[in-house]
Design a binder for this molecule. Structure first.
Ligand code: 1YM
Length: 643
């Protein structure tokens, strides 16, 4: 920032605040302002307050932000910036601090003359949090004084008052979300930590400390990344094997807009592009991603042709160029337009041109200066290209076989009679003996059984052509009937419930993980549309006399045991731990695990695909150390592996 700009910012005081709307609107329709009143809305409150502190950091005045979850789930956010202005705002005759917290859309963000960059999507700010808080207290350290103000549900309960002296500047906000407004009041430390980590990566040099004080022993993490998004890209690859040591970093700006890009390839086959606009994640992509992809493909092809690596017609596709890529794209702009279903896509067309030209120029230069890395990337793209060709042939052959008719169904499949997919289920069962019980126990009108056995291919390490050709997975692909990879077509799916039935032991969780990895990588719409389930066999069987009951957890076991005893405390209740699916007789398996009236099915969701990618990579990838660490840390949870 130039000195002139700094002076302009310092001169900016309460006078620029604009008054737009009342706060009752927020309490009437909270969803309009924070998306929802579920857990996501609850967490959103924190982001709103933190956004203001981050803006202060972007303006160059704040170095350290803290976020604390207090006992009782109130939240405290502090920063060491200039402190919210406390002078009287001429338009309203009220202190600026009061206006910021009581008037909707108040704040420099909307005047255009204040901060250069704003979150756009999130700009609704402090007053919204105030309106939705049972109580809120803000303290401003400024001019050697501590100014304090308190509110309840948006109404002032304490006018701005000087409560003490101070030797520094900054803002401290504590709020208690209003139980009348939210479905849940329980903050999730990991959710907040993930978001704060992201903010720390996106704002190089900013320190963020997050602390959970709800338990006797506080938990705390301090994050500061001098390398910014370079470190972010390396962090995503931390459990993978990078193909080049240094992260490729590019940046540039035009007018008010700026962009940074960081790239590091790994030896895997997946594409991970995380893009942000004004620190807001844009999972649906948009113009910044489009510009990036176009330039990446162009530059790699141009380099390949120039040095005779790519010949004539053998150009590599965009997908080939992105195999194994981890890329972070972060753009900042004053007039961000968020589009799409969830407002998670950046629409400003000039950003495409900006990112394209940065990548075009700087990646070309990088490749010229790093011929070894250039060769690795070109080789990777060309191998991807050949594999894609092989996969296409393999898919074609599957398609031809399927087109020839029913003969193509796998031998092991015990199909059902019903043919309307919306009414049918397929149980993919671990092991032949469990498969046998399931086949006998099922309702063959609508339930199909496909047994799988033995050690399966680790799909994390295999390309699509290998996966299609694999003798364990081919029956799954054929039975589901919807193809694989880019050919995958939900309309052709033969069963609308795909149930993975495996034991609750280590082998079971291994096969479950393998299948889920496979679905995640090659049939993602299956998970996204909620067609995949895990069967939940009971953990305990309780018998008293002629009565048999099943329990799915230890607390439930104890509860049922007490129920069976009734008034008779000494009655004998036989409790056994279920050993495995294979040891249940067909009737038992039906009763406890397959009967739609009585079973528990757990739907597998992927509300955060990148997190799933992380866990899959950790569990399935090549590095042993992080996997062991993960298993150790999650040893307690591992008993019922949770996706
Ligand atoms: C823990 C939350 O809100 N920090 C914060 C907010 C502001 C300022 C500094 C600030 C901004 C400006 C000048 C300016 C805000 N000020 C306003 C408004 N932390 C937190 N720190 N001086 C201080 O915009 O130029 C809104 S937010 F509108 F009053 F200027």
């Amino acid at each position: 920032m130039s000195d002139q700009e700094k002076n302009a910012l310092e001169a900016y005081d309460g006078s620029q605040i604009q008054v737009l709307e009342g706060l009752e609107a927020v309490r009437k329709r909270p969803g309009m302002y924070i998306g929802s009143t579920s857990a996501s809305g609850l967490h959103h409150l924190v982001y709103e307050i933190v956004d203001n502190a981050i803006d202060e950091a972007l303006a160059g005045f704040c170095k350290h932000i803290t976020v604390t979850i207090n006992p009782g789930n109130s939240i405290t956010v502090t920063d060491d910036g200039r402190g919210i202005p406390v002078d009287i705002q001429p338009q309203t005759g009220r202190p600026a601090l009061e206006v910021v917290y009581t008037v909707l859309h108040a704040g420099g963000k909307f005047g255009g003359g204040g901060y250069k960059v704003s979150g756009g999507l999130h700009g609704v700010g402090a007053s919204v949090v105030n309106a939705l808080s049972e109580w809120l207290q803000v303290r401003v350290h400024k001019n050697g004084q501590i100014y304090q103000m308190r509110f309840s549900r948006g109404d002032i309960t304490q006018e701005m008052t000087v409560v003490g002296k101070t030797d520094h500047t900054g803002t401290e906000v504590t709020f208690q979300p209003d139980p009348e407004m939210f479905d849940t009041l329980e903050y999730d430390y990991e959710v907040l930590r993930t978001r704060m980590r992201e903010e720390a990566f996106l704002n190089a040099g900013l320190t963020i400390t997050i602390t959970d004080r709800r338990e006797e022993e506080p938990v705390s993490h301090t994050m500061c990344y001098e390398g910014g998004i370079r470190e972010f890209a390396a962090w995503w690859n931390r459990n993978k094997t990078p193909l080049h040591d240094d992260v490729i970093y590019m940046s540039g700006s035009k007018g008010d807009a700026s962009a940074e890009i960081a790239i590091q390839y790994n030896d895997g086959y997946n594409e991970l592009i995380q893009s942000f606009a004004n620190d807001v994640h844009t999972p649906e992509g948009g113009m910044h991603e489009t510009g990036f992809k176009a330039a990446l493909t162009r530059v790699l092809n141009a380099y390949g042709v120039k040095y005779g690596i790519i010949k004539g017609e053998d150009k590599v596709s965009g997908e080939d160029c992105r195999e194994g890529i981890t890329a972070i794209i972060s753009v900042k702009l004053t007039d961000a337009q968020f589009e799409g279903q969830t407002k998670a896509k950046l629409g400003n067309a000039y950003i495409r041109t900006l990112v394209d030209s940065i990548v075009n120029d700087q990646l070309s230069t990088y490749l010229e200066e790093h011929p070894q890395t250039a060769k690795i990337l070109l080789d990777k793209a060309m191998t991807a290209n050949r594999a894609r060709e092989a996969a296409r042939k393999a898919r074609d052959s599957i398609r031809r076989k399927t087109a020839l008719g029913g003969a193509a169904m796998p031998d092991k499949l015990r199909d059902c009679n019903e043919s309307d997919p919306s009414l049918t289920e397929i149980y993919i069962v671990e092991g032949d003996s469990a498969g046998g019980s399931a086949t006998q126990g099922r309702d063959s009108r609508f339930q199909a059984i496909l047994p799988l056995w033995g050690k399966m291919l680790n799909v994390e390490k295999a390309r699509e052509d290998k996966v299609i050709g694999n003798d364990k997975l081919q029956p799954v692909i054929t039975a589901l009937g919807a193809g694989i990879g880019e050919d995958f077509d939900l309309n052709k799916l033969r069963y609308h419930k795909v149930v993975i039935m495996a034991d609750a032991d280590v082998d079971g969780s291994h096969i479950r993980t393998l299948l889920l990895t496979f679905f995640f990588r090659f049939m993602r719409p299956l998970i996204e549309n909620g067609y995949v389930y895990a069967a939940m066999p009971p953990l305990f069987k309780l018998v008293r006399g002629k009565t048999t009951r099943y329990a799915f957890s230890e607390p439930e076991r104890d509860k049922i045991s007490a129920e069976l005893r009734g008034d008779n405390a000494n009655a004998k209740v036989d409790i056994s731990r279920n050993k495995g699916l294979g040891e249940m007789d067909p009737h038992e398996l039906w009763e406890t695990t397959m009967d739609p009236e009585r079973r528990t099915l757990k739907r597998i969701t992927l509300d955060d695909a990148s997190r799933a990618d992380e866990i899959f990579t950790l569990l399935m990838g090549e590095k042993v150390e992080p996997r062991r660490e993960y298993i150790e840390v999650n040893a307690r949870k591992a008993q019922n592996l949770d996706y």
